[in-house]
Design a protein around this ligand. Structure first.
Ligand SMILES: Cc1cc2nc3c(=O)[nH]c(=O)nc-3n(C[C@H](O)[C@H](O)[C@H](O)COP(=O)(O)OP(=O)(O)OC[C@H]3O[C@@H](n4cnc5c(N)ncnc54)[C@H](O)[C@@H]3O)c2cc1C
Length: 383
């Protein structure tokens, strides 16, 4: 047990250092320019942040979910966009790790782990967001290849990835059970990038359309069996949603730390704020952040323990929505406390507030997470 704790604290130390020395000085600029930070790819890769959930045998770090969350939290304290890079890499990779054939793993995972390869997760379509069962991208088997046609949107890393984990239907009448995952390499004829989104927050993350027109993919690049994608996606999201929760916790903590820092340094903008509830708002922020952190790491621990019968899907959903709602509240209050100054670029809290809004939406909206929780509660047998 002590050994696991040491490993986790090792990840925390590393992520803290990278956050402080490399990410923090770039955070405002990354947001301002809305540019993908290639220098961070270099840095993250050096520290193993881009291969956290890849098994050792393929050159990865084999980190547990708790360590994954720790890295996401520490990076997000200074820049939520930059934390997302680590999470998305894991999200794109997990279907291959969980469901790919050995041959596919051997071809792809070492390139992600050792060659700074980037990967993205292509599920959402213009007509299929929350309702993933209505995926319209189609993959049709012709001889030893599939021909894929479809249009994906809001894909994180879409314009910068080397590999695309693409979900398409192979049997539309089967709905969820008819969806299959494929690994498509950058440069494959017919794969192109459409519009790049200009977002209000998480601006350092590249978000694009991904267009597939008669893309030929060999059977060997199918991820697992036909129709196995739903299971792969759910297991992937169970692992990534606590990390998104950790990203939100980090973001909220970053805002609180900033306020405490300037309060200690020079007081609020005006002395009278101490009498107008600002200290109580700080107390509420700290309390909400601790509650969110406890939920996130309880969930991560559940995933790591792999105890049978634990409702991990429900806890993953709870972590994602509770922590991102806390981040929204904390960052909004942080802007409120700083009043008109909080609205300006003189303080990072306005960026943090914009970033929090995005976290409430991606990786399944917070309404959908509530549906997952409610559904689990209602279907479980009474105790
Ligand atoms: C910055 C960013 C990055 C993203 N990255 C990726 C990525 O890498 N890969 C990827 O595949 N997708 C990605 N997405 C897409 C994201 O996961 C979807 O936006 C999200 O799942 C919601 O889908 P939608 O936008 O189509 O909204 P819709 O599904 O159209 O929903 C619209 C609204 O209706 C609500 N709603 C929908 N259904 C129900 C229901 N049954 N009951 C109650 N309310 C409901 C939703 O909560 C939402 O408020 C990203 C999105 C963003 C913003």
């Amino acid at each position: 047990m002590e050994e696991i704790e040491q490993v986790r604290e090792g990840w925390r130390d590393k992520a803290k250092k990278v956050a402080k020395n490399v990410v923090a000085p770039r955070a405002a600029e990354i947001d301002e320019k809305g540019e993908f930070a290639w220098d961070l790819v270099e840095e993250y890769s050096k520290h193993g942040f881009l291969s956290l959930l890849i098994p050792k045998e393929y050159g990865g770090m084999d980190a547990d979910i708790t360590s994954f969350c720790i890295v996401a939290e520490e990076l997000a304290k200074v820049c939520a966009s930059s934390a997302l890079l680590v999470i998305v890499q894991a999200v794109g990779t997990m279907p291959v790790v969980l469901g790919g054939a050995n041959d596919l793993k051997e071809r792809v995972l070492p390139r992600l782990a050792n060659e700074k390869g980037l990967i993205c997760f292509c599920l959402t379509e213009p007509e299929s967001g929350s309702d993933a069962a209505s995926v319209r991208a189609k993959a049709v088997l012709k001889g030893d290849h599939y021909i894929i046609n479809g249009r994906k949107c809001f894909i994180t890393n879409g314009g910068v990835a080397d590999f695309y984990t693409v979900f398409a239907t192979t049997q539309p009448d089967k709905r969820l059970e008819g969806i299959t995952g494929f690994l498509v390499e950058k440069g494959t004829p017919g794969l192109s990038i459409g519009k790049t989104e200009e977002k209000m927050g998480i601006r350092g993350s590249n978000t694009t359309e991904v267009i597939l027109e008669d893309v030929r993919v060999p059977i060997s690049q199918r991820i697992g069996d036909e129709g196995a994608a739903w299971w792969q996606m759910m297991r992937t999201l169970n692992r990534s949603r606590p990390a998104i929760g950790a990203q939100a916790v980090g973001l909220a903590q970053g805002a609180l730390d900033y306020l405490i820092g300037i309060r200690r340094e020079k007081g609020w903008t005006r002395k009278k704020e101490d009498g107008t509830g600002a200290p109580f708002m700080l107390a509420d922020m700290a309390t909400q952040i601790e509650a969110a952190r406890a939920l996130v790491y309880k969930t991560a621990n559940m995933m790591d323990e792999k105890a049978k019968g634990t409702p991990v899907q429900m806890f993953s959903a709870m972590s994602k929505y509770f922590a991102s709602d806390v981040a929204m509240k904390v960052t909004t209050d942080a802007v409120q406390i700083l009043q008109w100054q909080g609205l300006t670029k003189n303080h990072p809290v306005e960026r943090m507030m914009r970033d929090a809004k995005v976290i409430q939406i991606f990786e399944g909206t917070n309404q959908i997470q509530r549906m997952v929780v409610a559904h689990t509660l209602l279907k479980s047998k009474s105790t």
